[in-house]
Design a protein around this ligand. Structure first.
Ligand code: UGY
Ligand code: MN
Length: 248
């Protein structure tokens, strides 16, 4: 018998692992006939928000961005997305980036459709245009080898230009792939495992993780990971980028 007193989830000062077994639903105004799990947000000390939305057949996710931009990615199922006056079908692996001050609506979902969101307050940069709406899809052929290691591939889902202050990437670790070093950096991450299993090291603690798990890494949370098992290990992750690093 499984013990309900056990979980792989942990919430620490500079990192968290959130496994689905601990989800409690939130109600979000304008997001109807769906369950919303707020996985990362400022209440835990983060500077991003990450949610997972699971829609019924009648589900509708409608709103207007204000100071924050929102990146939507279809983890499961499919729906219609209307952003910036344009409507497109969105299926698994496809995404749309909604910039600030923009209306959005996700409608006509297949029952069980799951949308992942990353939210960040946008920081304008003098001399560079605020980004517009951006549509795209997961595509391994657009994922170059990372740091000369054939087992590692990263696809950048948003244009790498100074107007953007957030990146969203898909990181694929082939069998036996591991991060080539312990990363120690100012950027923050939120991530969702899309496939496989791994061992993640966060702030010198070691965690087994798998598809469906989310991780928050605060700035300077030391991080390393290796794929585990017979399948590739894949996650989609957020990173803040391209802005002056200090107010000092
Ligand atoms: O982009 C990154 O910092 C990435 N290599 N970090 C990570 O996957 N934990
Ligand atoms: Mn990193």
């Amino acid at each position: 018998m499984e013990m309900s007193a056990l979980t792989r989830s942990v919430v620490k000062r500079n990192h968290a692992i959130i496994a689905p077994d601990g989800y409690i639903n939130s109600n979000v105004p304008g997001w109807t006939d769906c369950t919303v799990n707020v996985i990362i947000n400022e209440q835990m000390g983060a500077h991003l928000c990450q949610t997972l939305i699971t829609l019924t057949e009648a589900g509708n996710v409608k709103g207007q961005t204000e100071a924050s931009q929102i990146f939507f990615y279809v983890v499961q199922g499919g729906c219609q997305a209307t952003v910036g006056g344009e409507t497109r079908p969105l299926k698994v692996g496809q995404y749309v980036y909604v910039p600030v001050s923009q209306a959005y609506e996700f409608s006509q979902p297949e029952a069980g459709t799951q949308l992942l969101t990353f939210h960040k307050v946008y920081e304008p940069l003098a001399g560079h245009a605020t980004p517009g709406v951006c549509w795209g899809e997961r595509d391994l052929s657009k994922a170059p080898v990372y740091m000369n290691d054939e087992a590692l591939r990263i696809q950048e889902l948003l244009p790498n230009v100074p107007g953007f202050d957030m990146a969203v990437n898909i990181f694929t670790y082939g069998t036996g792939g591991n991060l080539p070093m312990v990363e120690t950096h100012i950027m923050e991450h939120g991530l969702l495992y899309l496939e496989g299993q791994a061992i993640y090291m966060l702030d010198q603690c070691w965690y087994p993780v798998k598809k469906g798990d989310s991780i928050w890494m605060a700035p300077y949370c030391q991080q390393w990971a290796t794929a585990m098992g017979q399948e590739p290990s894949v996650y989609i992750y957020y990173k803040n980028v391209n802005r002056f690093p200090t107010v000092i």
